[in-house]
Design a protein around this ligand. Structure first.
Ligand code: SF4
Length: 226
């Protein structure tokens, strides 16, 4: 497993973290970082665009929507330091993609094996809703990331990520998102999975075994690509 050893991915990540192309999102991510949530008052928030991370030889990309205001926008790493992270990374551990079941902060020892975690939009958006223009402005980063990784499988966490991946692949008409949905034509195979947000995990819409099943399917597919 190679963590952060690809010069071109490092270069891309440096470009991402310096981006200020979307004024509304720049204002929001920085305001959240200044004002903070009471529970994290003593912490320094990241407050910038969040780069992807993981195994640079990964064939599986786990794709979210955007950084959570007090999750990745605080910690600087996707799916790190909140309930969604607890749910996703525990599943990645059970299915062999993660070295440990928790993801709390950069430097916590988490290593990914055969997987890379990213998102369609790199800045925390108000109400978790980027505009179509913000999504389109950011998709170029994802395109380059998938090309550099030569990704074979993209696990799309939620309809927004599914839609973003289909836009990159220029698929029309777009196949409908659903948990367990698959799409494969040219480019990476897409696997649909409900997002591990509290809205889904607290209500039982997404259960641990459902996420495990999708990640195991991604593992199988990636194994066939090698
Ligand atoms: Fe740049 Fe993407 Fe953030 Fe917009 S959302 S400012 S394109 S990193």
């Amino acid at each position: 497993m190679n963590q952060d050893t690809s010069p071109r991915l490092t270069e891309l990540n440096a470009e991402i973290t310096g981006c200020r192309a979307c004024p509304r999102l720049v204002e929001w991510r920085e305001r959240v970082a200044r004002e903070k949530r009471a529970a994290f008052r003593g912490e320094e928030y990241w407050g910038r665009p969040v780069p992807g991370f993981g195994d640079t030889s990964a064939k599986v990309v786990v794709l979210g929507l955007a950084p959570a205001a007090h999750g990745a926008n605080r910690t600087g790493r996707f799916f790190t330091g909140d309930r969604s992270a607890d749910f996703l990374v525990a599943s990645m551990y059970r299915t062999g993609f993660a070295s440990q079941p928790t993801s709390t902060h950069i430097g916590d020892g988490l290593k990914l094996r055969g997987a890379w975690i990213s998102a369609a939009v790199r800045c925390a958006p108000p109400a978790n809703k980027p505009t179509p223009a913000e999504r389109d402005a950011c998709l170029g980063f994802l395109r380059r990331e998938l090309e550099l990784l030569e990704a074979g499988v993209v696990v799309c966490l939620g309809a927004f990520a599914w839609d973003a991946a289909l836009r990159l692949l220029r698929v029309r008409p777009k196949p409908k998102f659903g948990h367990g949905a698959t799409f494969e034509l040219e480019g990476p195979m897409l696997l649909g999975c409900y997002h591990p947000s509290q809205q889904n995990t607290f209500t039982g819409v997404l259960k641990p075994e459902m996420l495990d099943e999708v990640l195991r399917a991604a593992h199988d597919k990636a194994g066939r690509l090698r």
